[in-house]
Design a protein around this ligand. Structure first.
Ligand SMILES: Cc1cc2nc3c(=O)[nH]c(=O)nc-3n(C[C@H](O)[C@H](O)[C@H](O)COP(=O)(O)O)c2cc1C
Length: 220
């Protein structure tokens, strides 16, 4: 099947995109407001965009009520910074609590039972339970459409990786990292269990090998 994007209802576009562009990494983003109150929420419209400069991107939807921005976006506007806390298996239930649309007087980090640690360079705290915490300064944010959809680009200014996961040669033990990604539907996730290697090819190697050959006895 195929569609012109402009023929699809917003809800159907959402369904088709979030259930096909899989898996997506998850940033549990911490921010503070102008008074220094901390907030945390998960975002899977998230990725690392480049290493030089070291940039991350977040896609943050608007709200339908009287306050058009999610707390995370409002706080990034107010303070110009945020922390990306990557989510491991042990943090998934707490992450789901952070996704609840709490009234602003409820401290969702405390409600989720998460402890915070001061950051080195930004006002927002880090989440102690997260194996990888990236302190970011907002570089630019772009607004799209009438619904306050924002694309935030942030520069990573400080990185924290839990001891025991990275060695002195900066090799990462990804089993110890135990990160999860977002899958389809409202609540499907996956771990790093199903992995395979596919060697990277060089132009010379490809020229030597030529086209892939079909083993004898098999037909194409
Ligand atoms: C795994 C997961 C991923 C999510 N990804 C996004 C996202 O990419 N963009 C978004 O606007 N909301 C996303 N949400 C919903 C927000 O986390 C939710 O609206 C949250 O309450 C926003 O909190 P805030 O107002 O404190 O910023 C996601 C929720 C979950 C559980």
């Amino acid at each position: 099947m195929d569609w012109a994007a402009s023929d699809l209802k917003e809800r159907d576009l959402y369904k088709l995109l979030v259930n096909t562009v899989l898996p997506r990494p998850i940033a549990l983003v911490t921010t503070v407001d102008a008074e220094g109150r901390a907030n945390s929420a998960p975002f899977s419209f998230f990725n690392v965009f480049s290493h030089a400069p070291p940039l991350v991107v977040l896609g943050i939807e608007g709200r339908s009520g009287t306050e058009p921005l999610k707390d995370t976006m409002r706080n990034i506007r107010e303070t110009g910074s945020f922390v990306v806390n990557l989510v491991d298996r042990a943090m998934v239930a707490a992450m789901q609590v952070c996704a609840i649309d709490f009234p602003s007087e409820i401290d969702e980090i405390a409600a989720a039972g998460l402890d915070t640690v001061a950051s080195a360079k930004v006002a927002a705290p880090r989440l102690a339970a997260s194996p990888v915490q990236l302190e970011c300064r907002e570089t630019v944010s772009l607004s799209f459409g009438a619904k306050h959809r924002n694309l935030v680009v942030g520069e990573i200014v400080h990185l924290h990786i839990r001891d025991g996961i990275v060695d002195e040669r900066l090799h990462i033990d990804i089993d110890k990292l135990d990160l999860v990604g977002r899958l389809h539907g409202a609540d499907w996730y996956l771990g790093l269990g199903d992995r395979f290697q596919e060697p990277r090819q060089t132009l010379d190697g490809w020229r030597e090998r030529g086209r892939p050959t079909i083993p004898e006895g098999e037909t194409s």
